[in-house]
Design a protein around this ligand. Structure first.
Ligand code: ADP
Ligand code: MG
Length: 222
């Protein structure tokens, strides 16, 4: 689902070129959970942005959901993301004014081209909420939900488009240990259903569900 080969990424800092990724190779197949650990600033989010077709300014080769990212237009990258990639973030990134279900439906509402009928979309949103154990909270706004429930809503949102690839950037960073572990376990279940999961985490217990636990250091994965 993802194949990254010899990925490099540099940023300009005060006119100086800082090489954050220095030749990263990484593949994640359907059904796998791959965990990436590493110190703050080691380039974990940079790597996820490349894997999620959010950043085109890298060197090397990236194939995501069967498509090489090289040379794709911004529109083609956006369409690939919308169809194939689900994103989960540390801070949940829910819209506070929207009930849980409306948050889950957002990727469907933002989809370009032929729109799914609203009722079918709603059914899929409810199914995604049920998948993460929150069928009863569809009408609740984020402020009425616990941290763990908010992250589950964000995961349901990421699942709405049935992505082949789920990317999570420190998804348990704002959760207590028990809740964090249940989120990690959920990733394991999603992988068993065929999703490829790439998760950046400091949660040591991720090794219980991960096929591989890798460390990013000095711009390389090992
Ligand atoms: P991590 O997620 O592991 O904490 P990041 O990938 O966010 O690390 O950042 C790695 C390094 O790259 C940091 O030094 C950060 O300042 C730098 N960096 C990330 N994105 C940019 C950017 N858009 N412009 C300049 N520097 C950046
Ligand atoms: Mg980060």
């Amino acid at each position: 689902m993802i194949r990254l080969t010899a990925i490099t990424r540099s940023f300009q800092d005060d006119g100086r070129e800082v090489e954050v990724l220095r030749g990263v190779d990484l593949s994640v197949a359907p059904g796998e959970v791959v965990a990436v650990m590493g110190a703050s600033g080691s380039g974990k989010s940079t790597l996820l942005a490349i894997a999620g077709a959010l950043d085109a300014g890298f060197g090397g080769e990236a194939v995501v959901a069967g498509q090489s990212l090289r040379g794709l237009s911004a529109g083609a990258l956006a369409s690939l993301r919308n169809r194939s990639v689900g994103f989960v973030f540390q801070s949940f990134n829910l819209v506070p004014a929207f009930p849980a279900l409306e948050n889950v439906l957002l990727p469907g509402l933002l989809r370009q081209g032929r729109r799914e009928p609203r009722e079918a979309l709603r059914e899929r949103g409810l199914a995604a909420l049920a998948r993460v154990g929150l069928a009863a909270k569809a009408a609740a706004r984020p402020s009425r939900l616990s941290g763990g429930e908010r992250q589950r809503v964000a995961i349901a949102r990421a699942l709405l488009t049935r992505p082949v690839l789920l990317l999570a950037d420190e998804p348990t960073g704002n959760l207590d240990a028990v809740t964090g572990e249940s989120v990690i376990r959920l990733f394991g279940e999603l992988a068993q259903e065929g999703t490829a999961v790439l998760v950046v985490t400091h949660e040591e217990r991720v090794s219980r569900v991960a096929s591989r636990v890798l460390t990013l250091s000095e711009g390389r994965l090992s």
